[in-house]
Write a protein that binds this ligand. Structure first.
Ligand code: CTP
Length: 423
């Protein structure tokens, strides 16, 4: 099978020229260069993918330097894995690695690496469908190399590990199996399924660092079919194996979340899902789970704010005749993702209307005065500035003041009052 036509149709003539030249350059010194991994799979499936991973026999870093010198690019080296990224002048980047075999000293550890041939390089990979290579050699440009039946598995729609040690070598592959299976609508092959269950029962997930687990989960949460993936992860006991708090989710809430994210489009959809999964958990358990996923400090704070405040916010939003400033007050205590979560959790029209009112109008209200204006009126800067400005904002939200002049005179009255109280 030859994929040169598909390759040429997918990339610009310039990129195709780069790839051909890489193959020619390698061949001139008796080496061979291949495209490997996800791009070959996705060219065959007709899926979007613009990540170019090259494997070259001989040194990866030295080859990256050669092609960068030829094309006027820059090389960023990734430490001791003989891998590098070539940044090309027109904004493209290509990852380059020397063909290698990997040895895993213990489950979940980073591998030790030694130079090897293409077959061994493909053998160390996760699934047959990801163990395909496309030759860039001038003699057989575009030829697909398939030592382990990847083409047949793509045709049959199967996710299959190459060998029994695969999940032991790298337990993050448990998550990848689910991601690829659901993404492509593929079955997990029977033996692969059994190995997955054994890996979970054997506690392999415990050996994986929070950074790697967090990265895998975020990749899943960035996929289109998040819910079926979460469902399958739960069925395999994979989320529970990270932390028990991740295994007790409110499916009705999560089912409503994609639509809610469409309405509110908060800064991080991935964080919204994580917070949704932990929505009903006691704070302590949720924060432990967050740690296992290596949430950033800022995300941990957002999660805490959400879990501490959402019930009260919801209770308030249920009251009739709420002042806009009260809606503002309770909802501004939540992270933006919290609006989507409350929307997904509560289908009640009055609550949803208030969430929308806050999102579309109230959250955007800004005063036309600030501390400088209060100082210009002759008041001494201090905590009372913040207090007065908050009260003016409240009045503004409730429609009691609307012009800059009205804001200024209310602020002046409030400052005068506070100064008299202090005196
Ligand atoms: N790979 C692997 N084991 C892993 C991660 C990656 O064997 N735990 C190999 C696979 O051959 C994979 C390639 O490295 O195809 C590139 O990995 P990555 O870029 O993470 O994934 P893609 O397969 O390109 O898939 P995606 O569409 O998610 O980017």
């Amino acid at each position: 099978m030859n994929l040169y036509g598909e390759l040429a149709a997918r990339f610009s003539p310039q990129v195709v020229r780069y790839l051909r030249e890489a193959g020619e350059l390698a061949a001139r010194s008796g080496r061979h260069c291949y495209i490997v991994g996800g791009l070959v799979r996705d060219l065959l499936l007709g899926w979007e993918n613009a990540d170019i991973d090259l494997v070259v026999s001989g040194g990866g870093i030295s080859f990256a330097e050669e092609i960068a010198a030829q094309w006027g690019g820059r090389v960023v080296v990734f430490g001791d894995f003989d891998t590098a990224k070539v940044l090309l002048p027109d904004g493209w980047s290509i990852d380059v690695a020397g063909a290698r075999r990997e040895y895993y000293p213990r489950p979940g550890a980073l591998p030790q690496v030694a130079a090897a041939d293409l077959r061994e390089d493909l053998w160390r990979r996760d699934f047959t469908i990801n163990a395909l290579a496309l030759s860039l050699g001038p003699e057989d440009l575009g030829r697909v190399i398939d030592p382990f039946g990847g083409l047949e598995d793509l045709r049959r729609g199967l996710i299959r590990v190459l060998h029994d040690q695969s999940f032991r070598d790298d337990p993050t592959r448990l998550f990848r199996a689910v991601r690829f299976g659901v993404r492509y609508g593929f079955q997990l092959e029977d033996r692969t399924c059994r190995l997955m269950s054994l890996a979970v029962e054997g506690g392999l997930i415990r050996s994986v660092s929070p950074q790697r687990l967090g990265a895998e989960i975020r990749k899943i949460l960035a996929e289109e079919q998040v819910l079926p993936m979460l469902r399958m992860l739960t069925d395999f006991g994979l989320l529970q194996a990270i932390h028990r708090a991740l295994g007790e989710m409110d499916w009705a809430l999560l089912r409503g979340l994609p639509a809610a994210l469409g309405v509110f489009d908060p800064p991080s959809h991935g964080f919204a899902y994580i917070a949704g999964i932990l929505f009903h958990q006691p704070l302590e358990a949720a924060m432990e789970a967050a740690e296992r996923l290596a949430l950033s400090g800022a995300e941990e704070r957002k999660l805490r704010d959400l879990l501490v405040n959402w019930r009260f916010a919801l209770w308030c939003l249920n009251w009739p005749n709420l002042r806009p400033s009260t809606i503002y007050h309770v909802l501004s205590a939540l992270p933006e993702e919290g609006l989507a979560l409350l929307w997904a959790y509560s289908g009640a029209p009055p609550i949803r209307e208030r969430l929308i009112a806050y999102h579309e109008r109230l959250a955007k209200v800004q005063l036309s005065i600030d501390g400088n204006d209060l100082a210009a009126l002759g008041y001494r800067p201090g905590p009372s500035f913040g207090k007065a400005l908050r009260m003016v904002l409240q009045a503004r939200l409730d429609g009691e003041v609307s012009t800059r002049q009205e804001e200024l005179s209310l602020a002046g009255r409030l400052m005068g009052q506070m100064e008299r109280e202090d005196a």
